[in-house]
Write a protein that binds this ligand. Structure first.
Ligand SMILES: C[S@@+](CC[C@H](N)C(=O)[O-])C[C@H]1O[C@@H](n2cnc3c(N)ncnc32)[C@H](O)[C@@H]1O
Length: 221
């Protein structure tokens, strides 16, 4: 329950999309939490019953601790000053790792507990590399959500225990992608098309795959 005088935590579209992928009532963890807005929201809105709030930086973790304490939610949180999954117990059910580079996230998930919690990831670089690594550790991508916040696009990947081998096109463009509406999908792929065009590569498969997606969308009317 939200205490009467507590500030109500609101998230931008990116972190809202991440929050929606947590299972209701789960034990969660947020690795690389920084400001702690996500765990604060998940606890305040009773989406997670307990959260491990973790960061490699002591300064970042202290910001999260301060916020969660100010909301009176500290009894349902543990604060972990550590690298990646260190200090996160295997009882955790859903784990977010967001706002880091694709290589860093790929390194972190190599140490996912054997209990195989749901992973929710948002990388700002090297998405194809991250997708390949998700499959390599015995996880399967179930869906990807494209969100727009602060004038740019973010891809949020949900992955579950299971085997999967994505095609080169899926590694590059994404798998089972969800958008708010058809227009958002077109805007996203047109934005990617322009990036690929600027590369001026001779044989650019990604460019062709993006065109395929846009033509497919147009053919649906
Ligand atoms: C840009 S912030 C992202 C904050 C928040 N997750 C978000 O998406 O808005 C990245 C945070 O990840 C932390 N970080 C970087 N590498 C890490 C690692 N290996 N393990 C845990 N935290 C890490 C940094 O200290 C920083 O606080």
């Amino acid at each position: 329950m939200i205490s009467p005088n507590a500030r109500i935590i609101r998230l931008d579209q990116r972190l809202s999309a991440v929050a929606q992928l947590f299972e209701k009532g789960c034990v969660g963890a947020d690795i690389g939490t920084d400001h702690g807005m996500l765990p604060a929201y998940l606890l305040q809105h009773d989406i997670c019953r307990y959260m491990y709030v973790s960061d490699i930086s002591e300064i970042a973790l202290s910001k999260a601790k301060k916020l969660i304490k100010s909301l009176g939610l500290q009894d349902r949180a543990s604060f972990v000053h550590a690298n990646g999954f260190s200090g996160i117990p295997s009882s955790v059910e859903c784990v977010s790792i967001c706002g880091l580079g694709g290589e860093t996230i790929a390194n972190i998930i190599k140490n996912t507990p054997e209990t195989k919690p749901k992973l929710i990831m948002s990388a700002h670089t090297k998405l194809p590399y991250l997708r390949r690594n998700i499959n390599d550790i015995g996880y399967s991508i179930s869906r990807e959500i494209v969100a727009r916040a602060a004038g740019r696009y973010y891809v949020i990947i949900e992955a579950l225990n299971g085997s999967q081998i994505l095609s080169d096109k899926e590694l590059e463009l994404g798998f089972n992608m969800h958008f708010n509406c058809k227009e958002d999908k077109e805007r996203y792929f047109n934005w990617r098309l322009n990036i690929e065009k600027k590369k001026r590569l001779k044989n650019n498969n990604t460019l062709e795959w993006i065109k395929e997606e846009l033509n497919y969308e147009a053919s649906k009317g």
